[in-house]
Design a binder for this molecule. Structure first.
Ligand code: AKB
Length: 314
């Protein structure tokens, strides 16, 4: 394959592992990493890297032209908790960056695009358990509103201009290589760091708050599989539900205790509790299974073991 790929937001939680995996698959020189600032050393050293502001159309266009890019993965975004603090900045980053890459595709400067959506598109009026692909969506966060709006625009650009844009509604993502930043599901990563460093953790979500989550290896596999799928097999033009695991802070703590018996958890819910309460507890991803053969590999036990081993070996 002669694909030349640009990752925007390559130094973030998903971007880092996605870049490294795509470089392995397509060759280091064929995957250009970019971000507003430098990041992970391995990422900086294994292939081309550019400083890039995702809200600057001209700057993205220049890089696309310079490297003769075919595919863009737009991973830059302001996540749910931070966007509640900076609503206008969150809206501008999340929407302007999306329009920039949609317009590049509309003008045939790139041929394919990946853009991440999120379980945050759902809201308190959405069915909470096994949330269907198509259902009531009344998000109550700035981030969720930007993702839901983004989905509508992706479908619009597909219908009106034939843009090949593919998307996943990611659940909370759990990884050890790069920390998440500013999300409501971040507790499920922090808990592992503190379990190893302090054998205790204070959760900012209450003990029974169940949220959909996924180990990063599964999320990367899903992203690449969706991008590799035949266009004709994709029935969803907005964004695919992706399930994975569903657990509460209490359940993940129990899972960690199997490896670190003296681990202790307590609970001090903050403003992020209201965000979590507005989101689904579990997701129905049968459409992704049907259209592009999706199946996750990591359950809670396997993910816990992989996280603790991964962090210990860093
Ligand atoms: C967040 O918590 O904001 C993100 C998400 C679920 O999209 N991890």
């Amino acid at each position: 394959m002669g694909n030349k790929i640009l990752i925007i937001g390559a130094c973030g939680q998903i971007g880092t592992e996605l870049t490294l995996t795509l470089r392995e698959k397509f060759g280091n020189e064929n995957v250009v990493a970019s971000d507003i600032r430098e990041g992970n050393e391995q990422l900086m050293q294994t292939g081309p890297f550019e400083i890039l502001d995702a809200t600057n159309y001209k700057a993205i266009e220049d890089i696309v032209m310079h490297y003769e890019i075919d595919e863009v993965y737009l991973m830059a975004a302001m996540l749910s908790a931070t966007a509640e603090k900076f609503p206008m900045r969150g809206w501008e980053l999340n929407m302007n960056s999306l329009f920039n890459v949609l317009n590049l595709a509309k003008d045939k400067k790139i041929s394919k695009l990946f853009w991440p959506s999120s379980i945050a598109v759902f809201g308190p009026t959405t069915p909470k358990l096994n949330t269907p692909q198509t259902t009531v969506m009344e998000p109550t966060t700035v981030y969720g509103i930007s993702k839901q709006t983004g989905e509508r625009w992706c479908e619009y650009y597909h219908e009106k201009y034939g843009v090949d844009v593919r998307s996943i509604r990611y659940p909370g993502l759990i990884s050890y290589k790069t920390a998440p930043g500013g999300g409501t599901t971040d507790y499920a990563v922090e808990i592992f760091h503190e379990a190893l460093n302090k054998q205790s953790y204070t959760s900012f979500l209450s003990e029974d708050t169940a949220l959909p989550m996924m180990f990063m290896d599964d999320a990367i596999e899903a992203t690449i599989r969706l991008m590799d799928a035949d266009k004709e097999s994709l029935s969803i033009k907005s964004s695919y539900n992706l399930g994975g695991i569903s657990f509460t802070p209490k359940e993940i703590a129990e899972s960690i205790k199997k490896h670190i018996p003296n681990f202790k958890i307590d609970y001090a819910p903050d403003f992020r509790q209201a965000i979590a309460d507005s989101w689904p507890s579990s997701i129905d991803d049968s459409q992704a299974q049907k259209d592009w053969g999706w199946k996750h590999q990591f359950d809670l036990g396997k993910m816990t073991k992989a996280m603790l081993e991964g962090l210990r070996n860093l």
